[in-house]
Design a protein around this ligand. Structure first.
Ligand code: NDP
Length: 284
């Protein structure tokens, strides 16, 4: 049986550290880090995510504001709000909850956020900084995975790391962070022939596919560390990851569960990015 990497516990540890750092920040600067979240429309899942972000900010002592815009908001209206928040001194991070309604141009909107307030690290400027290894903020989910590994005593150095998935939000930056940690990295995707031959090489296997139970025990090298980024619903409607936990648990040395693995880390890393952005703004 593998050791469970407990994302809830690790996330709690980091949030406690962030709460302490926020107190220090406040006594030094007389203000607290501030996050603005913009949500357009009524998507229930997005609303839950936004509420959780607002709550998490309060827990560590940040200021946060939520801008709920109607689903028929115009592009100009959203851009005008971002422009205002870009200049607002008590806001150090701006996040636009995705997905946006179809009539809005996601790229134009995301590009409007000043790179120094881009706490999702989606802006091409920040993506480029990550590429060259000179970054302030990191995309939240891959950064969360790196924290889970580091705080479980796992380094990518000298290891073969296989990432399944090449999205801009998870797969690609994940591979880059493992590379920065001196892993030898393979990125797999839907056009990879003989995926199993690749995954069997992995000392660290990261699944970011979006398919319930996609990674099975026969695809995992005995003793591998398995990180499951996926958030899916199985046939019974139960939350599950991309990894068939029951079987892979018998082969891996360490594994993240779903829920309670990578999931809790994502908001925590958003908080970290907001503090980092606030420190950069006030230490200018
Ligand atoms: P995307 O759909 O953008 O990317 C999925 C990737 O999986 C693509 O690169 C795709 O390849 C690859 N893929 C699909 N089918 C196969 C296959 N049969 N064999 C190999 N590769 C395949 O998803 P995201 O990256 O946004 O998210 C991935 C998962 O992580 C989802 O379940 C999502 O819900 C979850 N997630 C979890 C977060 C968290 O906080 N824990 C945060 C963000 C996402 P190709 O590029 O060729 O199409």
């Amino acid at each position: 049986m593998a050791t469970i990497i407990d994302g809830k516990r690790i996330s709690g540890e980091i949030r406690a550290e962030l709460a302490e750092k926020t107190k220090e920040f406040q006594s030094k600067h007389g203000t607290v880090p501030g996050l603005a979240v913009i949500i357009v429309g009524e998507d229930p899942a997005s609303r839950v995510y936004v509420r959780n972000k607002h709550k998490a900010c309060a827990e560590v002592g940040f200021y946060s504001e939520v801008h709920e815009l109607p689903a028929d908001s115009t592009q100009e209206h959203v851009i005008a709000l971002i422009d205002r928040l870009n200049e607002q001194e008590n806001i150090h991070g701006i996040l636009v909850q995705l997905p946006l309604p179809k009539h809005l141009d996601e790229q134009t909107i995301l590009l409007r956020i000043k790179p120094e307030k881009d706490v999702d690290a989606f802006h091409p400027y920040n993506v480029g900084k990550i590429m060259i290894g000179d970054y302030n903020v990191l995309p939240c989910t891959p950064a969360g995975v790196m924290q889970l590994l580091a705080r479980s005593g796992v380094s990518a150095a000298g290891k073969h790391c296989v990432v399944i998935g090449r999205s801009n939000i998870v797969g690609k930056p994940m591979a880059m962070l493992l590379l920065h940690d001196n892993g030898t990295v393979t990125i797999c995707h839907s056009r990879t022939p003989d995926l199993k031959a690749q995954t069997l090489q992995a000392d660290i296997l990261v699944a970011a596919v979006g398919r319930a139970g996609f990674v099975t025990a026969d695809m995992v090298k005995p003793g591998a560390v398995v990180i499951d980024v996926g958030i899916n619903r199985n046939a019974e409607g139960k939350l599950c990851g991309d990894v068939d936990f029951e079987s892979v648990n018998e082969v891996a040395s360490m594994i993240t569960p779903v829920p309670g693995g990578v999931g809790p880390m994502t908001i925590t890393m958003l908080l970290q990015n907001t503090l980092t952005a606030a420190e950069a703004a006030l230490n200018k």
